[in-house]
Write a protein that binds this ligand. Structure first.
Ligand SMILES: Nc1nc2c(ncn2[C@@H]2O[C@H](COP(=O)(O)OP(=O)(O)OP(=O)(O)O)[C@@H](O)[C@H]2O)c(=O)[nH]1
Length: 333
């Protein structure tokens, strides 16, 4: 670099006020969303709430297809996942987030970080509350963060099929006290009740904008990520107590051979005993996990799948951020 270049100051002669104004302009330009077709609306809509509130089930119901895995096990969702829904003149990009909870380990902290990161980047925040569970301190903690976000806020009471209309009204009242919401809706994703109403409500809060994803793209998840998640779902549905929480899955390879998708995935657990449970007597458990996962993967990929599974022990991986990152469960930096 020459002396002449080192001494060159592009801001020379500008006052502090002018420099501040320039910085503001630059920030605004960065915030500005690309223009879409006239009258087209779009935006990002995060589904947030406590574990098990029904976030993934609602996203799948809106999409009319299963992209996110679901189970009765708390903290099923370990990665933020996008689900794209298209309606006349509008594109909604749903963001399914991990359930917010009191973390017990590094994995839990990463999951919370990953969910909270969405609070500042979306157009609409949907706070999901399970109608069948008493509202507790955990909901209040989430609501406090929802209240501070600049996005539009919608209260979504889920699992309406599990409650009488009296219970729904009581829960609505309790949830309204948590935060000042722009709107509210009661749904049952399992029964399809008000799912279309929810899509319309969310759409009404979206700004003018571009089509963020081309037609035909329904998620940002890679094929490998989908494989790992569906193997994990099959395991969650067949294991109990601490075992489901100790499971991590990585898709090692995927290859198309004469119309068949040949997949190898590794299941990680924390202890030898857990490995034994997952393999099961004479390999029965792992065989059934493989069958369940394969059925779902064949439906998703639309072809025959050959799925090979290994089980390995990785002690205390849930406390090791490097391992958490390797498995894809860490919050983005
Ligand atoms: N009866 C009923 N059950 C539901 C409904 N929605 C979700 N569930 C069930 O509730 C459980 C949790 O649902 P998920 O969609 O996995 O919940 P989540 O909020 O994504 O959970 P995390 O991943 O832990 O954050 C599953 O067993 C679902 O089948 C509903 O509308 N009615």
């Amino acid at each position: 670099m020459t002396d002449e270049m080192q001494e060159f100051d592009p801001f020379e002669g500008m006052s502090d006020d002018e420099l501040d104004a320039m910085a503001d302009d630059a920030a605004q330009a960065e915030d500005a969303r690309p223009a879409g077709e006239p009258g087209f609306r779009s935006g990002f809509v995060a589904l947030v709430g406590r574990p098990n509130a029904g976030k993934s089930t609602l996203m799948n119901a809106c999409m009319g297809t299963k992209v996110a895995i679901t189970s009765p096990v708390a903290q099923t969702t370990r990665r933020r996942m996008l689900g794209v829904v298209r309606r006349e003149g509008v594109q909604i990009v749903f963001v399914d987030t991990p359930g917010l909870h009191k973390p017990q380990d590094s994995l839990g902290s990463e999951l919370n970080k990953s969910a909270l990161a969405e609070f500042k980047d979306v157009d609409v925040l949907c706070f999901l509350v399970d109608v069948s569970k008493p509202i507790g301190r955990g909901d209040a903690w989430v609501a406090e963060r929802v209240a501070k976000a600049s996005a539009k806020r919608i209260l979504v009471l889920t699992k309406a099929d599990l409650a009488s209309s009296e219970m729904v009204n009581e829960q609505l009242e309790a949830a309204r006290a948590l935060c000042d919401f722009d709107d509210e809706i009661v749904v049952s994703a399992a029964r399809g009740f008000n799912v279309e109403g929810f899509i319309s409500l969310v759409s009404s809060y979206l700004p003018d904008g571009p089509q963020w994803f081309p037609d035909g793209v329904s998620t940002d998840a890679s094929d490998e990520m989908i494989v790992a998640e569906f193997v994990r779902e099959a395991l969650l549905l067949r294991t109990r107590e601490e075992v489901p929480h100790s499971i991590g899955v990585l898709c090692d390879s995927m290859e198309r051979r004469r119309g068949t998708l040949v997949i190898h995935a590794t299941i990680y657990v924390e202890r030898e005993g857990q490995k034994g449970i997952i393999i099961g007597k004479r390999g029965e458990m792992i065989k059934h996990v493989g069958i369940d996962a394969r059925r779902n993967l064949e439906a998703i990929f639309g072809c025959k799948v050959f799925l090979e599974l290994d089980v390995r022990v990785k002690s205390h991986w849930r406390e090791d951020v490097r391992e958490i990152r390797r498995l894809g469960y860490a919050a983005d930096e």
